[in-house]
Structure formats: C-alpha cells, structure tokens
Design a protein around this ligand. Structure first.
Ligand code: PEP
Ligand code: MN
Length: 337
C-alpha cells in the first residue's frame, strides 16, 4: 500500500500517518518527493483495511499495490537508483559500465592477461568465475578459492574492481574477502535463502535473470535482497530459454526499457550468455546500449579457442577492443541525440 500525502501536509501529519501504520503492526517507509511525500507500507501479507488511514488529516490518496514487489518498484522509489560498486557507478544518468573478463578463472597467467586486455580496451570492471555452475558434473567446476585469489590479484594489477559468482551461502564469507561485487547467476535467481543472505550484507549484488523467469519473478527475486536491507542491486538480463536452439538463449532486450519503467534499479545486459555466439555479442551489446542498458557484461578470453568454459561466446582482446571503441562512439552519438 502507498499513502500519498497532500503537498501541503505537515511533518506532524506525516508522522501521525506513520504512527497509525505502525500501530497496525506494519512498517511505514516515508518516500519524500519534490511535490509531496508518500508513505510506503510494508509487512502486510494481504489486503490492508485503509479506512482509518484514509481519514487522517493530510492524506490525499491510498493506493493498493498488488504487485509482489514494492521496494524495487518505481511506485515506492520514483527516482532511478545509482548503485556504486567497487568505485564504479551503475544507473541513473551514469554512462554505461563495461564489465569484461573470462567466463572462468583458469590460471594466474590467464587472469593477468585477461585483466590487461580488458583494461587496455577500456573496461571498468573485471569478471571471472571461481565457483562455476556447470550443467554437467564432469565439466570444469572452477578453481574455487585459488581462482578468487587470481581474480583479485589481476584486478589489483590493473586497478579494476572485480565481480564473481556466489552459488551457496557458505561461500559468501570467503568470496566477500576477494570480490567487490557478488554475482548471483541465472540458476540461483530463485535461491531464496541465498538472496536473503546477500540482502543482509552491504555488498553490491548483480542479480541475473533466471533462464525461465518472468519479469515479475525477476523483480520479486530482487525484492528479497532489498527487503533484507541491501538496496545495492544491479539487475542483469542474460537471455531466456525459448524454442530457438540456434542461439544459446533468446536475448529479451525489451526488458531493458520495461524494467527502467517498472523499477528504479539499474539494468545491465550480458550478450555473451544470451547468444552463445561470438559473432552476435558485439551487435547485441550495441543494441543493449541503444535501448538504455546501464552496462554490458562481456566474456573476453586471451585465447578463446582454448577456454575451459564458454570459448564459443568469448571475444579475444582485439575484438573486444574494437567493440569498446564502437560502444564509446555509439554512446557519444546517443548523448548528442
Ligand atoms: C556467468 O556469468 O558466469 C554465468 C554462469 O552466467 P548465467 O548465470 O547467466 O548463466
Ligand atoms: Mn560463461
């Protein structure tokens, strides 16, 4: 429920409303606006009888929000959020953030080389998986803690913040020692216990859309994190499962402008996992920027043909560098439109 106050409502009237909400055993969250204050009501399991609230002085309107997500919605937070992560800013009017690096941390040398390539090309953040969610148990599962060390070392060598995936609650403490941003992958988007746990931390979280998740489920997953007190969430569209098999997934680009309408949270796009094909990564990264993505996450490997994971969708240093030049040119065009 959202209580909208008259623009002339006094601080005392706002306080009387929040007191009344709290007396009903609910949580009141004032949302100051440039024209008027609204009060978000949280904690209700179902419909809230609003008769007493409606009659309080200063109340203009009571809106029942039936969506399962509230804190992530524009209703509760009309202004876009800017999420700071490892010194990089996502969202609002900030220029798109370029996250790049290999799918998986394979060795110290590979990570140092990858970090050098992506930094020279102009990336802002280094990625690399140390704990990998592989479809089959016989595939390389990642180097674990050793991988985290190489990732951190490579990021530090190039002055890049680092992002890596967390799959289980028990990994959190260790991963937080090495990473600037926690990634929750598509397969764990509805691992509600993990979402709650990262919600208790102050670390920024990049939450990827599940491969068969609706937008409502995606935003509800983000709501879990915000509901525990962590507002530093960056959403990531990475393609969804459809009947099409020529591409790895189907990139649902319309979610970018749609999520920008529905939510104040930043949204980035991962064209690598969305397409699974090197040749499509550049075109879809550009398309993502044109439709308003707050960043792109791209898999880059010093030697993609020898990559232990996702080589077919990884760019080499030269191709990534060329793409970044084109993305910056595009960004310049967009700014001047
Ligand atoms: C990844 O980014 O390393 C990854 C596994 O992606 P996703 O969770 O989107 O499949
Ligand atoms: Mn990958």
């Amino acid at each position: 429920m959202l209580i909208v106050m008259h623009h002339s409502a006094t601080d005392e009237q706002v306080r009387a409303v929040t007191d009344a909400v709290e007396a009903m055993g609910l949580i009141a969250e004032p949302i100051p606006g440039s024209l008027r204050t609204a009060i978000g009501v949280l904690g209700n399991q179902g419909y809230v009888d609003d008769t007493t609230i409606r009659e309080l002085p200063g109340v203009r309107e009571v809106i029942h929000v039936s969506k399962p997500y509230k804190l992530v919605s524009r209703d509760f937070h009309p202004a876009p959020s800017v999420v700071e992560a490892g010194g990089v800013k996502f969202g609002g009017g900030q220029p798109p953030v370029l996250i790049a690096g290999p799918c998986t941390v394979e060795s110290e040398e590979q990570m140092l080389a990858a970090a050098r390539l992506v930094k020279e090309a102009g990336a802002h953040m280094l990625r690399g998986g140390a704990f990998k969610p592989r479809t089959g148990p016989h595939s390389f599962q990642g180097l674990g803690v050793e991988g985290l060390k190489y990732l951190r070392q490579a990021g530090d060598a190039q002055g890049l913040p680092v992002i890596t995936e967390v799959m289980r609650i028990e990994q959190l403490e260790t991963i937080c020692r090495y990473a600037d941003v926690l990634q929750i992958g598509a397969r764990n988007m509805q691992n509600f216990d993990l979402l709650k746990e990262v919600g208790k931390l102050s670390y920024p979280v990049l939450l990827k859309r599940g491969m068969s998740a609706t937008i409502e489920e995606f935003l509800s997953a983000a709501e879990y994190i915000l509901a525990e007190g962590n507002p530093r969430v960056i959403l990531c569209e990475r393609g969804i499962r459809t009947f099409e098999k020529t591409t790895r997934n189907t990139l649902d680009l319309s979610v970018v402008p749609l999520i920008r309408e529905m939510s104040h949270l930043p949204i980035v796009v991962d064209p690598s996992h969305a397409t699974g094909r090197r040749s499509l990564v550049g075109p879809m990264a550009k398309a993502a920027i044109v439709v308003g993505a707050h960043g792109v996450m791209i898999e880059v490997h010093p030697d993609p043909d020898r990559a232990l994971c996702d080589g077919a969708q990884s760019l080499n240093g030269d191709d990534f560098s060329q793409l970044v030049t084109e993305l910056y040119r595009l960004q310049g065009l967009l700014v001047s439109v």
